[in-house]
Design a protein around this ligand. Structure first.
Ligand code: TUI
Length: 314
């Protein structure tokens, strides 16, 4: 059994968070992860307040275990979802793609555990000073919106800089990655890409097949020009977006081209118009399993590796 401060603080069995993936992380996926002993997280990104409330209700019909909601700070609905999580007494909030300070005081006063996703040491220190419960240090190997640092250098630097628990994210897909994250000073891991192909994950079958077939070099990053780098599978859409960007398209033109692309990938499996967000670890994700199987396989492999590590030293 791998215990850390984060399992104690959150009351979960395994120190494994499921990433709050936009359009993907619904009640079906999050409840399965929580029920299996990890921390399931519902994406608040693609919902308005009432849609999020309905999703929370659905999750609660399936599990009474702790869960989280991810608040994507660039969402047009951020104000209302920030209010609904308080009204619904959500136990844990993670935030992404921006600065959560404007909301943190209210959430903490409501007794919610607040765990911002950070992409730099400075940002981690700032949220720690304002009372964050823990941070997720997310490297650029992750799928979706990413920062400038990668997981291997970012995690130990964040762990050195703050005294609250650090959860590592980006490029972790099995027990080797989890064991390595703990060696870097993390007390938990957040996993997205491997859960894309979970049996309880409701994304379009085309999306799952693309992840299962991806190679080690199967993803690319576009959107750096206007400060919004996003990692996705190398599909016709991602290549065309990168081509337009390199050809000098304006921010407006790129936004128009990209509007609705996440939904098209997740709901329609649209090969041409969809943006299939995905982490670099996809090359290792080879089978569809239940969330319980995924979590138990990863944690038991990490346990064996961490126990066996002493034998490497003479
Ligand atoms: O948020 C994510 N990943 C996401 S959000 C998303 S939805 C989206 N779709 C299209 C374009 C843009 C977003 C898809 N994937 N991960 C957490 C994360 N947060 N990664 C990096 C950051 C981050 C970056 C800068 C957090 C804070 C930050 O600082 C902001 C500041 O104000 O200094």
């Amino acid at each position: 059994m791998i215990k850390s401060r984060i399992t104690e603080i959150l009351g979960i069995k395994y120190p494994v968070f499921q990433g709050g993936m936009a359009w993907v992380a619904d009640a079906s996926l999050a409840s399965a992860v929580s029920e299996a002993g990890g921390l399931g997280i519902i994406a608040g990104m693609n919902s308005n307040g009432e849609q999020l409330r309905a999703e929370i209700k659905k999750l609660r019909e399936k599990t009474d275990k702790p869960f989280g909601v991810n608040i994507m700070l660039m969402s047009p609905f951020v104000e209302e979802v920030a209010r609904v999580v308080v009204e619904e007494h959500v136990p844990v909030i993670t935030t992404g793609a921006g600065n959560p300070l404007a909301y943190m005081k209210t959430w903490l006063a409501a007794g919610i555990k607040v765990i911002p996703v950070v992409a730099s040491v400075a940002f981690a220190q700032m949220v720690a000073k304002r009372g964050a419960t823990a941070v997720v240090a997310e490297g650029g190997e992750s799928g979706g919106h990413i920062g400038d640092a990668n997981t291997m250098p970012l995690v130990p630097q964040v762990a050195d800089a703050v005294s609250i628990p650090v959860i590592a994210a980006g490029g972790i897909g099995d027990g080797r990655g989890m064991a390595a994250a703990f060696m870097l000073g993390a007390e938990g891991v957040q996993i997205g890409t491997r859960f894309l192909v979970a049996k309880e994950c409701t994304i379009h079958e085309n999306y799952k097949q693309k992840v299962l077939k991806a190679s080690d070099t199967g993803t690319m990053v576009s959107g750096r020009t206007f400060g919004q780098p996003v990692r996705a599978l190398k599909t016709p859409f991602a290549r065309e977006y990168a081509r337009l960007e390199a050809a000098g398209a304006t921010e407006d033109e790129l936004n128009r081209f990209g509007t609705g692309a996440l939904r098209k990938a997740v709901k329609e499996g649209d090969e041409e118009g969809g943006s299939f967000l995905c982490g670099e670890i996809a090359g290792m994700v080879r089978k569809e399993q239940t969330c319980k199987e995924i979590i138990e396989e990863i944690t038991s492999q990490a346990e064996e590796l961490l126990k066996g590590a002493a034998s490497l030293v003479i």
